[in-house]
Write a protein that binds this ligand. Sequence first.
Ligand SMILES: Cc1cc2nc3c(=O)[nH]c(=O)nc-3n(C[C@H](O)[C@H](O)[C@H](O)COP(=O)(O)O)c2cc1C
Length: 147
Amino acid sequence: MPDDLYRLVYYSRNTITGDATALAAAITSILAKSQVNNQRVGVTGALMFNSGCFAQVLEGSRSAVEDVFERIQQDDRHGDVSLLAFDPAPARAFENWSMGFVGASIDDAARYGALVQDSGFDPARMTGESLFETLRKLAIEEEYAAA
Ligand SMILES: Cc1cc2nc3c(=O)[nH]c(=O)nc-3n(C[C@H](O)[C@H](O)[C@H](O)COP(=O)(O)O)c2cc1C
């Protein structure tokens, strides 16, 4: 196990208001900023938006992940931030992504993922491990589709 590799999993409730276009723009901007910041500190991971919820995995050194998560928790574009897991990890699962967006495209996620009743996706009922596995599988599908 590499020294000091940690993985954090959380979910939160979207508080961004406005129509699907505004929501898509906000998510695009969060992602762009995340990619720049995370690359600088060696953090990788994936973000998903569905049923009015964000779910995110962050991996990197313990201190880098803690710093990023500290900022994320203070962000008023979401609320009810719930930490599901923060544990040593054997290897990175999102090696190639400073922050990837998984699941539906940002536009479709903004259009349909805002509907809470839409999909039955409820991260509040998932464990850190099952949420991590969900994002990991979606990331593999995405990399396969892009290849
Ligand atoms: C759902 C969500 C996920 C985010 N993920 C990240 C992230 O992975 N890395 C990051 O640096 N900021 C992330 N942010 C943005 C931070 O909350 C914060 O706005 C940003 O880090 C500030 O960066 P700056 O100090 O360089 O302006 C996220 C915000 C939200 C709402």
